[in-house]
Design a protein around this ligand. Structure first.
Ligand code: HEM
Length: 209
């Protein structure tokens, strides 16, 4: 007989890390847009009201300060997710077929949602945003300390390309947030569970199909 024990839909480390990450992301993106504005790589700048820090020195100070919060929080979440088996259990498996099936279901409003069980689109998106996070950190290190991390700069194909990579990875996260929030709006009860933890369910109930 399979062993089953009770656990919350979202355990406390997931919830704490998720909401700290959101705050840190807002700080990183807004200060990052301010830094971008000082030397844009595209023919547009971000409105001053969407930036953080007031002037370039302030933008950089915010970016580097919030960076530590984000790195510590992200590192804890990733190590915790790997060692507790959370990633393996809840983010996998998914295949192109299940992602396609759940995309069609979501677009036609036929996607069933069971709290504590991610659909294939969510799994792909969560793994994708984690990889984008890794890319943001590596490209960010390259443009922050290009001399110390010259090997990384070389891997990216140079400082300028690392800047583009950093920008596009940020854009990817922004796209993630838009789709992610739309999906939450489709099933608002997931939002409550991400704050309170939700009811206790047996681990079998939350297992993958
Ligand atoms: C940069 C911003 C964000 C990132 C990177 C992010 C990332 C994630 C990740 C990785 C998960 C899965 C957590 C896990 O099981 O370990 C998740 C779940 C969730 N997120 Fe976000 N999130 C962001 C913003 C938001 C925002 C703004 C909201 C609120 C509207 C939100 C609401 C939720 C909810 C409700 C869940 C649980 C979904 C479910 O149970 O089906 N997230 N998020």
């Amino acid at each position: 007989m399979p062993l089953s024990k009770k656990k919350r839909i979202h355990s406390w480390p997931v919830r704490i890390c998720h909401w700290i990450n959101l705050l840190a992301m807002i700080g990183m993106v807004m200060s990052g847009w301010g830094i971008y504005n000082a030397d844009p790589i595209f023919p547009f700048t971000f409105p001053q009201s969407t930036t953080l820090g007031g002037w370039l020195g302030g933008n950089i100070a915010w970016h580097l300060a919030v960076m530590w919060l984000m790195a510590a929080n992200g590192l804890f979440y990733v190590v915790w997710g790997i060692f507790t088996g959370h990633f393996r259990r809840d983010f996998f498996p998914f295949t192109p077929r299940t992602v396609w099936r759940d995309t069609v279901r979501a677009l036609t409003f036929h996607l069933p949602h069971k709290l504590g069980q991610y659909n294939a689109v969510q799994k792909l998106m969560y793994v994708g945003v984690l990889l984008l996070g890794v890319l943001l950190v590596l490209s960010g290190l390259s443009i922050w300390k290009p001399v110390q991390f010259s090997g990384l700069v070389w891997l990216f194909g140079g400082f300028d390309i690392a800047r583009y990579v950093h920008f596009f990875a940020m854009s990817g996260v922004m796209l993630f947030v838009v789709v992610h929030v739309l999906m939450v709006l489709l099933v608002p009860k997931t939002f409550v569970a991400m704050i309170t933890g939700g009811k206790k369910i047996s681990t079998e109930e939350s297992a993958d199909e």
